[in-house]
Design a binder for this molecule. Structure first.
Ligand code: FAD
Length: 191
C-alpha cells in the first residue's frame, strides 16, 4: 500500500532541515575564531564548498568589506570603468533621444564630480576634444574604448584593442530583459 502523502511530506521536511543544520554546523566550525564567526554571515552557503577553508574569504577580506577603508585611485578607476563599459555594453542599438542625452550628461557630470581632481580635469579635456558619440550601442562602446585608451596612454598603460571590446565587456546575463536600460523597448525605435 502506498505511503500516506502527509507522512511523505513530513519526512521530506525532516530531511531538508537536517541537511540545513549539518551545513550550518560545518560553516560554524570552519569559521573557527570568534572574529571570523562575527563575519560569517557574509559567507555564501554553498553546499559542498563549506569544508574548504581556502574558499572562504580570510578574516581581513571580510573586515575590509564592512569597514570604511579608503579606496585607492586605481580601485576607484577600475570600478568606474566597469560601470561605464557595462552601460555601453547594455546601451540599445537604437537609443532614444533621452538615452543619448543621458550618456552625454553622465560623462559631463563625471568630468565634474569624479572624486580625483586630477582625473576629472584631464577627463574634461578629453571630452572637449572627443565629444560623446552615442548614436548606437556599437558607436558608444567604441567611443568609450577610445577615450579609455586616451587615459591609458596618458598613464603609460597598454592600449586596449577596441575591436575586442565586446568580448571584454559583453552584455549582462539577465533573464527576461531585466537588465535593459530604462526607456528601452522591444522595437528600439528612436523617439
Ligand atoms: P583600468 O584602466 O581601470 O581598466 C579596467 C579594465 O578595463 C582593464 O583591466 C581592461 O580589462 C579593460 N580596459 C582597459 N582599457 C580599456 C579600453 N580602452 N576599453 C575597454 N576596456 C578597457 N588615474 C590617474 O592616475 N590619472 C588620471 O588622470 C585618471 N583619469 C581617469 C579618468 C576616468 C574617467 C576614470 C574612470 C579613471 C581615471 N583614472 C585616472 C584611473 C585609471 O584610468 C585606472 O582606472 C587605474 O589606474 C587602474 O588601472 P587598471 O590598469 O587596473 O585598469
Amino acid at each position: 500500500m502506498s505511503e500516506n502523502p502527509f507522512e511523505a511530506i513530513r519526512k521530506a521536511c525532516d530531511s531538508i532541515g537536517h541537511c540545513f543544520q549539518t551545513h550550518l554546523a560545518k560553516v560554524a566550525s570552519v569559521a573557527g575564531s570568534s572574529k571570523a564567526s562575527m563575519f560569517s554571515f557574509l559567507t555564501e552557503l554553498k553546499p559542498g564548498a563549506v569544508n574548504d577553508a581556502a574558499l572562504l574569504p580570510s578574516t581581513s577580506d571580510l573586515e575590509r568589506k564592512i569597514t570604511a577603508a579608503p579606496l585607492t585611485k586605481e580601485e576607484l578607476g577600475r570600478a568606474t570603468w566597469t560601470l561605464l563599459h557595462t552601460v555601453a555594453a547594455q546601451f540599445p542599438d537604437s537609443p532614444t533621444r533621452q538615452q543619448k542625452r543621458d550618456v552625454r550628461e553622465l560623462m559631463a557630470i563625471l568630468s565634474r564630480i569624479y572624486p580625483c581632481k586630477e582625473c576629472a580635469d584631464h577627463f574634461k579635456e578629453v571630452l572637449k576634444s572627443n565629444p560623446v558619440q552615442a548614436e548606437s550601442q556599437a558607436e558608444f562602446s567604441q567611443w568609450l574604448c577610445h577615450v579609455h585608451n586616451i587615459v591609458n596612454r596618458s598613464l603609460g598603460k597598454q592600449i586596449f584593442p577596441c575591436q575586442r571590446v565586446n568580448a571584454r565587456w559583453g552584455k549582462l546575463d539577465c533573464l527576461d530583459r531585466s537588465c535593459d536600460l530604462e526607456g528601452s523597448n522591444n522595437l528600439s525605435f528612436p523617439l
